[in-house]
Each structure stands twice: as structure tokens, then as C-alpha cells.
Write a protein that binds this ligand. Sequence first.
Ligand code: ADP
Ligand code: MG
Length: 250
Amino acid sequence: MIKVEHLAKSFGTLQVLKDISLSINKGEVVTIIGPSGSGKSTLLRCLNLLERPDSGKIIFDGTDILSGKVKIESIRKNACMVFQHFNLFNNKTVLENIMLAPVHVRCKGLHGAKRKEEVKKIREQAMALLARINMQDKADVYPSTLSGGQKQRVAIVRSLAMNPDVILFDEPTSALDPEMVGEVLDLMKSLADEGMTMVIVTHEMGFAKEVANRVIFIDDGKILEEATPEEFFNHPKNPRLKDFLSKVLV
Ligand code: ADP
Ligand code: MG
């Protein structure tokens, strides 16, 4: 589904991504692990063009998305991003947060009764997504009244509302109190079980072990190891990965 070839990205004189190549198949869960500052977020942000790589290719369903012929908007709706700090709109209700992007995309050019009908459909789908996470009663509240775990679950179903091909998660549980990590990981696990394609930057080693099809280790802008969770955690090869794993609880 996604093929990345020789991707490179610098910020000024700092080269953050160095010759990154990887592929992600449909239905696969790929977790990315690595030290802080190694380029994990930058890589994810390149995948949906929140950052523009300096060189290399990103082929999405056969199309080179860096060719300039592809609309950024069409990439963003097919590759949704879930952020560490949720990035919900605080001045919009939970339901409005979920409906915003689908209405923007699906109601473009519709007027009057047609538009009303489409908005109604989108609202019903949004309510069904809230029901999925047991938060129907929170539809009309503002994000500031929610717990971190609730905010992140809303952010995840907000991306589901776009019916994306892939969801990119950037440390989705890092900003949560420990007791809320489980509810977010459970939701992500249920998406994985349904066959959603997911790329997940995470420090949750247990989750990576259990849910990932493949684990990638990035250090200093390079992929140093890529393996099944079994191989990755039990028989790491790269010395830097061995060192990293010895410092984190697995
Ligand atoms: P990670 O997510 O692995 O912690 P990042 O991709 O966020 O790493 O950052 C990698 C490096 O790039 C860091 O040194 C960071 O300071 C730098 N960096 C990230 N974004 C920018 C930016 N917009 N401008 C300048 N430097 C950046
Ligand atoms: Mg990061």
C-alpha cells in the first residue's frame, strides 16, 4: 500500500532522515521504535505530507505522492494521523470534531436538501463511532471536559470517520496517565483485528510485541533493524537496538 524509497529530510543543516526505505502492506500493523530525536515523528509526518521530504519517493497505492500531481487533501484523507496531544479542536464539541473533516470533504458542492441529507448521514456515522467507544453521552460536550483517554479515543474515531486507508499514530499513549493507556491500546487493538492498516510510533513494547506484524527500529535517521516482533525483541541483531532494549522495560 505504501512504499518509501530512499527518503531524506533535513531541517537546515540537521539531517533528520537518511535514506529511509520501507514498505507497508494493506492490513499490516507496523510499529516504529527508537530513541527520542531519531526522526520517528518526521518520518510519519512525511508519509501524509505534513512535512515535505527533500528527496526519495513515497508511493501510495501505486501513485508517487511527491510528484506534485497529487492533491495534499486527498493524501490527508487517506492517511489520517493521530497525535500524542490529541489535536482536537477545543472550541468544537466532540461530535463537531468528528464531523468536521467528513463534512468538509463529502459536502463540497452540495446545497440545500442534498447537503442536509449528507450532513445527517455523517452525523449518524459519527454517533455510531461514539457508540463504539461508549461515549454517546459526550457528543455535545467540549474536549476540555474529557479525560486524556477519552480525548485520544475521540481523536481515533475522528480519523475513522474519514474511512482512511491507513492510520498513522505518533506516540498515541505517551501523554496519558498510566491508567488510561489500556483503553486507548484496546481500541487500537480492535482496529488491528478488523484489518486496519496502521503505522504506530510507540514506546509500548508489550503492545508492539502483541499486535505488530513488524517492528522497525530507527536511530539517528536510519532504519537499523526491521523484523517480526519475535525476532525483534528476542533476537535483536543491531548493537544499538540491543542497547536500546536493555534500557527500556520489555
Ligand atoms: P522523534 O519523533 O524520533 O523524537 P523527530 O522526528 O521529532 O524525532 O525529530 C528529529 C530531529 O529533528 C530532532 O532533532 C528535532 O529537534 C528535529 N526537528 C523536528 N522537527 C523540526 C522542525 N520543524 N524544525 C527543525 N528541527 C526539527
Ligand atoms: Mg516524536
